[in-house]
Design a protein around this ligand. Sequence first.
Ligand code: GLV
Ligand code: MN
Ligand code: MN
Length: 390
Amino acid sequence: MSEEAGRTTRRFLTPPVRQVHDFLRARMESQHMKVSVDAVGNLRGLWNAENATGKRLILGSHIDTVPDAGAFDGVLGVVLALELVESARRLQLPMTLEVIAFSEEEGVRFSFPFIGSRAVAGRLDPAMLDFKDADGVSIGDAIEAFGINPGVNADAVADHDAIGFVEFHIEQGPVLEAEELSVAAVGSIVGQTRLDLRFVGHANHAGTTPMHLRNDAMAGAAEWIAKVEPLARRTEGLVATVGKVEVQPNAGNVIPGVVEASLDVRHVHDSVRRTEVDALLEAADAISIRRGLKIESTMKMDEVSVPMDERLTAFMTDAMVAAGFPPKLIASGAGHDAMIMAGRMPAAMLFLRSPGGISHHPDETVRVEDVEAALKVGERFLERLAGELG
Ligand code: GLV
Ligand code: MN
Ligand code: MN
């Protein structure tokens, strides 16, 4: 289920997302879940809606992907959540489970991540529906084209009766493999800044314009991009990435007039991240002034580092021990829907080992034994939580 033959690419509400919905909806219905699609295209299934405790736990992850993605980032968490509905049925647990397949987490189509979980957490400002993709289609247009009325935003927001959110996800890094562990609970998720920089010069003829009379946006952007890596390396634990560049007019015999470059910066300490973002922007300003370019930056995301809920995470580490695994805790360098949901309700995460530490790449994979481990831990977690609900 992909936009591209031979590669897994599934951006917000593109046609393959409907195929994923059809597949998951059939699965949810076979599990006697009440299925709906909310105002931003999240697919939601409710199991055991009428239970005596009135308590509802939300499980889930995202079903969009980066371009040329692996098969597990996000969607594994949705499939595991549906398996845990089976566990809850078998164990006759006295709680409602809601499984959400979030429509968007990666930020690929609109350079704006977490559309799905922002809506559920009540953090999707209606003005954000006007953000446009590379083809000039707005988020609101994309939602309408999918057959949903984007005006009805309120139906996405989680009710206050939800007692928490739990996300299962591959680690996407090398730590668990290095320590020969199947799973780990997540202690916190690092903060991230994402912004777009626009270097504006003058497009002109590549053959007739002497080197000293140019305002080459590409030369300026390239000088800055080359500085990002050494600047980031000065700070322990900081990661900074320029992953996307667009050139106008993008022709071999024209001096580039405009270059747009993305910047993604992450660090466990928010103050360090913000200081380094400022330093990177100052470097871009200095280069632009010297080269006679204009520079504009647009903030796309500025999320603080988010600790997971202590109580739910303690239940998770207890569940790991009960299932026969060490209670390993790690920090997440990747962003997750749980970091947005944590603003609305207690949130916890369980990571599964990523072989080779590879993710955002088609070689991304997961071991069957680690999936089995995650299910065992998930079952013990649900039992532990149900015990508390009384
Ligand atoms: C999500 O995949 C991220 O970029 O952290
Ligand atoms: Mn991802
Ligand atoms: Mn993910």
